[in-house]
Design a protein around this ligand. Structure first.
Ligand code: UD2
Ligand code: MN
Length: 549
């Protein structure tokens, strides 16, 4: 018996040894198979004159000393980020490595295709623009970076020394638009001048990080119909700190007004990915930072040239790519920082808001089929607005045999929440006696509902009274969880089960909270409150549009 047990153990040890040997052999075989054909990620050298303690190095935040605070606030108004801080930071500053651990040991084929990088800008601060350019030059493998094309979209200030500065930078070229085209056509101007097989677009206030380029190019190399975005980290608009979170968590979606939104990836997508380095499918792209096969972009008809200045081209390309047979992915091993602003600083003859809305409307009309009704529900004023000629776009959609928007929702944006098909009322919610209207100010969760004068035109004032009896703005609903007379009304994520988000309303009448029986009163300051219904005119509300009269 004893001998039999020892034999068993010996056998097990032998089996384990064999398994180890086989694994070792496999590994060395893999190494041999790939050696000479794989490259490790490009390791950038430290810039000359690198000063580790200088402001902003390693992505550290920079504070403004008291004596410069006024100046920095004035400069802030120009770009809507802290230019004073940006100007203090080296154009070649060092950054943290924000990639998941597993990305750091990845290798890529040596024969990756090269890319042209296109950066369009309008009135951009010199330091943010040039830091974008230097980060690309410093952190891209030289053989994969074919050229950097800067397109000045007819800025008011010319940055005179720019020509001279650019001339001494290898690979960088500057094109100046003779008239303002807007970012969409400016990018197309840039595209015309590229000659590498892949085109990579960046905003003019970005910083790329170590290893950013190889995984983007590799994915397109594997499948030319994949459009890829890096993980976009945040460069703080106040102190320029480089901030990043875990990768592979957020993907792009949209609100029904077609504004871009980050959403947590659904479980199905998390299960589909087996490694932290796997690309993540994304229903939409943020817009500014992506790489695409040049020929494929042309086959897709690039962008709708009727889109003006700013907005909606990101939705157009996202819908187009998915519906016409391609894929859109976020690549967790590629990280690029971007200065996210709260306001767009552009002077335009009509409001940027109405320009962007017309762009969104064109995209809804071309790509969304019947689902465009949800877009119009969020933009009731646009129903009778003209959006120009879209016949070429529709022809393209037919020629490319693109799928329906329904297919896109069922197969790509599978966790979409459809708005209520039959909103009872939409538009601004007005208290006629005071001419004040409800306003979310764009805040959607755990904040109080506000009020603004009704003559202001703002999307944050456009609500829907749904057939579920919610009063909603995007995915946020009017919510009264603290049921005490005089309490302010909250905005909270719509939970769709009624309860504290259920309101009764008829045209030119009160809005009554079903659960408490209290009514919305305009209150005495800029926050409406719930009070006992008392017949006062401060409790009468009316939406702009009612589907049932
Ligand atoms: C996001 C995108 C941006 C674009 C936009 C929608 C990111 C990080 N950013 O807004 O790339 O897709 O959504 O349209 O995904 N510019 C011009 N001409 C103009 C106006 C702007 O060249 O008339 C330039 C501008 O200098 C900048 C780029 O276009 O380099 C994008 O503009 P933005 O930074 O104001 O857009 P952003 O980041 O708010
Ligand atoms: Mn930007």
């Amino acid at each position: 018996m004893k001998i039999a047990a020892e034999d068993q153990i010996k056998k097990k040890i032998k089996q384990a040894q064999d398994a180890h040997k086989a694994a070792d052999e496999r590994q060395s075989h893999d190494k041999k198979r790939t050696s000479g054909k794989e490259r490790p990620v490009f390791q950038p050298a430290l810039p000359q004159n690198h000063k580790p303690a200088a402001p902003g190095e390693y992505g550290r935040p920079v504070d403004v000393p008291k004596e410069y605070q006024q100046l920095s606030e004035e400069l802030f108004q120009r770009n809507h980020f802290n230019q004073w801080v940006s100007d203090r930071i080296s154009l070649q500053r060092t950054l943290p490595d924000p990639r998941p651990e597993m990305c750091k040991s990845m290798t890529y084929p040596v024969d990756l295709p090269s890319t042209s990088v296109v950066i369009v800008f309008y009135n951009e601060a010199w330091s943010t623009l040039m830091r974008t350019v230097h980060s690309v030059l410093d952190r891209s493998p030289p053989d994969l970076l074919h050229e950097v094309i800067l397109v000045d979209d007819s800025s008011d200030e010319l940055h005179q020394p720019l020509e001279e500065y650019v001339r001494q930078l290898d690979k960088v070229r500057l094109h100046r638009n003779s008239q303002r085209e807007g970012l969409i056509r400016a990018r197309l101007r840039g595209l015309e001048q590229t000659s590498a097989p892949i085109v990579t677009f960046l905003d003019a206030h970005c910083e790329v990080t170590i290893g950013w380029l190889e995984p983007l190019l590799n994915r397109i190399h594997q499948d030319r119909t994949t459009v890829v975005c890096p993980e976009i980290d945040s460069i703080d608009l106040n102190n320029f700190a480089y901030k990043y979170g875990p990768s592979g968590v957020l993907r792009g979606t949209f609100n029904w007004d077609l504004s871009f939104k980050w959403s947590i990836a659904p479980t199905s997508e998390r299960l589909r990915r087996t490694s932290a380095t796997d690309p993540m499918r994304s229903p939409t792209m943020a817009g500014g930072l992506f790489a695409i096969d040049r020929e494929y972009f042309l086959e897709l008809g690039t962008y709708d040239r009727g889109l003006e200045i700013w907005g909606a081209e990101n939705m157009e390309l996202s819908f187009k790519v998915w519906q016409c047979g391609g894929k859109l992915e976020i690549i967790p091993c590629s990280h690029v920082g971007h200065v996210f602003r709260e306001v767009q600083p552009y002077d335009t003859s009509v409001s940027l808001h109405s320009i962007a809305n017309k762009n969104y409307q064109r995209v809804a009309e071309v790509w969304m089929d019947d689902y465009k009704k949800f877009f119009y529900q969020r933009h009731p004023y646009l129903t009778d607005q003209s959006f120009g000629d879209i016949s070429e776009n529709l022809k393209l959609r037919q020629r490319l045999k693109c799928r329906s928007f329904r297919w896109y929702l069922q197969n790509v944006f599978t966790d979409v929440i459809l708005p209520n098909e039959t909103a009872i009322a939409t538009g601004k919610v007005r208290n006629p006696i005071s001419n004040m209207c409800l306003d979310t100010f764009g805040r959607t969760s755990n904040t109080f509902l506000g009020l603004s004068p009704c003559n202001i035109q703002r999307d944050t004032m456009l609500f829907a009274y749904t057939s579920r009896k919610e009063i909603s703005w995007n995915d946020a609903c009017l919510d009264a969880s603290f049921i005490m007379p005089g309490f302010k009304i909250q905005m909270a994520e719509c939970h769709r089960i009624g309860g504290n988000q259920k309101w009764l309303h008829q045209k030119k009448d009160v809005i009554k909270h079903v659960h408490s029986g209290l009514c919305i009163d305009r209150g005495t300051d800029l926050n409406p409150v719930i009070l006992p219904c008392n017949g006062s005119l401060t409790q009468v509300w009316t939406f702009d549009y009612y589907t049932v009269n």
